[in-house]
Design a protein around this ligand. Sequence first.
Ligand code: NI
Length: 219
Amino acid sequence: MNKELILEKTKAFVKDKLYGESSGHDWFHIERVYNLSTYLCEKEEADSFIVEMTALLHDIDDWKFSEGNETVTTTTENYLKSVDVDIKSINKIIKIIKTMSFKGGVVNSIQDSIEGKIVQDADRLDAIGAIGIARTFAYSGSENRLMYDPSIKPLDFKTLDDVKNKDNHTVNHFYEKLLKLKDLMNTDTAKHIAEERHRFMELFLDEFYYEWNFNKKSL
Ligand code: NI
């Protein structure tokens, strides 16, 4: 198994597949998660091939694109077989991807391998901070969601159907997910980076409400 060659092929495959994707899971998201993952990987004892491959492939079968079927990883599996990744590595990569996403915190997404912890941290770091804010509004736009409605309070998700409810506005997403991610980081390095990004989101929300309520009159 020529790992270098497989990684090169995988970058080209993912770039081609996700380049124009506009809901926040585009190629540049993958590139950022890949870069964050390799950074975190340097600080841990982990298998860098598994980390890099998982970072590159983690959104190819994203549950939001698979009509809500979060267990489907067919495209990723077929791809890994087509480039002759050994079965042990395929199983590791698929296992991480299947349990990676937050899904409103209603399903178990605990990673038992260090490689899984790293890529999950990287994906979560890219969901917060300035980039996280931008991605959140971009994704909501693609779902025709309202930016904000002060009368609709954040939900306490109980089931996956609650998470998929489209009648929610974007600012609630900060309370339902983004502001919770800081405390869900696995590695110390990611915790540290998350602190700063978290603070930036709090500042953003303060300013948002300040501008929203400026000289407020109800019409
Ligand atoms: Ni992702």
